[in-house]
Unconditional design. Structure first.
Length: 335
């Protein structure tokens, strides 16, 4: 049994101790949790490769069968030194300032380059279902701003890379979907902080685009997958939401016409998001308010307000320091 097999066997023995996929979602400060690794596997990994960070290595089911490479449409290989490389820049209009145009594609395919093939094409899959869901998933993804915060672990799937090819009436858009869980995605012009590997992997296996968050345990409130919304690097709350869903300590309330709260948040001086620092002693319990601003079209814009942290307002792209009047307004709306 080689070293990798020993790691896999140790992980299988402790699989029930591992967090669910939702524990690794990068969509908010409270979801950037500590990494995890059984002690035996961690010790073996550190001894072998000198790793000092916690590592989680999920395994692929051994019985899994992948589609084979049958066409020359997909590039024969993926460059190992450029995770955002795409075969061609988008030729479809509306792809300069967003990942894909705001329309349903006519066709889709997935090109896979799994780690075991060392950058060579593993196979491709024509996607035949849920094009409108794919458009909803991809059209409104936020841009990448700054370095971001990423949970420290390693996974077998980190070495899997995918291309998503979407065809429209007036052109084609290729999307690089790196396996690296700390990477985002790119069409060669626009880059998003949202990681699309799980969606590409599911579509590659099933031939259909699945709804976001199906593999995540239920959250207490809000959508299961909330990567942010296009424009959240320009304003704490972009666009014109119709309502806001406020979550706090298993309490939830949706309020229509949240213009007063939006005005307060968007009036705050902002800076690029880089995390926050506690403002109280270690025994102080921070109070979290998760705000999901809902729109007539597309996903919510997500804003986290954390009492006892500075800066206390964050949307994963921008952060700001709000005064007590903002917290009191949120409390009044929550009831």
């Amino acid at each position: 049994m080689n070293f990798e097999d020993e790691i896999r066997e140790t992980m299988r023995a402790h699989v029930n101790e591992a967090p669910s996929n939702s524990g690794f979602v990068m969509s908010g400060k409270r979801r950037r949790r500590a990494s995890w690794l059984p002690a035996a596997a961690a010790a073996a990994l550190v001894a072998a490769v000198g790793v000092t960070l916690g590592v989680y290595l999920p395994t692929r089911p051994s019985q899994e069968v992948f589609p084979v490479a049958t066409s020359t449409d997909c590039p024969a290989s993926h460059p190992t030194n450029d995770e955002y490389w795409v075969p061609d820049k988008p030729s479809v209009s509306g792809s300069d300032d967003r990942l894909v145009p705001n329309e349903v594609p006519q066709s889709m395919q997935i090109c896979a380059y799994l780690g075991s093939d060392n950058g060579k094409l593993t196979g491709q899959q024509t996607v035949t279902g849920n094009f409108s869901t794919a458009a909803e998933t991809l059209t409104w993804l936020p841009s990448k701003v700054g370095g971001g915060v990423c949970p420290l672990y390693a996974a077998v799937t980190d070495s899997d890379n995918y291309f998503i090819e979407l065809t429209y009436a007036d052109g084609v858009a290729w999307i690089a979907a790196p396996g690296n869980h700390c990477a985002g995605a790119s069409n060669g012009v626009f880059e998003t902080r949202a990681n699309l590997r799980p969606f590409a992997a599911d579509a590659y296996r099933s031939g259909t685009w699945l709804l976001p968050g199906l593999d995540q345990s239920a959250l207490r409130c809000g959508p299961k997958w909330a990567p942010g919304r296009l424009g959240d690097d320009k304003a704490i709350v972009p666009g014109t939401p119709e309502s806001v869903t406020i979550c706090n300590d298993q309490r939830e309330k949706t309020v229509v016409n949240p213009s007063a709260l939006i005005n307060e948040l968007n009036a705050l001086p902002t800076q690029p998001s880089s995390g926050c620092h506690p403002t109280h002693d270690p025994n102080f319990t921070m109070i979290d308010y998760d705000l999901y601003f809902n729109y007539a079209e597309g996903p919510p814009a997500v804003v986290y307000v954390t009492v006892g942290c500075a800066p206390n307002v964050d949307n994963d792209a921008l952060q700001a320091q709000a005064g007590q009047q903002v917290v009191e307004l949120i409390q009044q709306m929550l009831g």
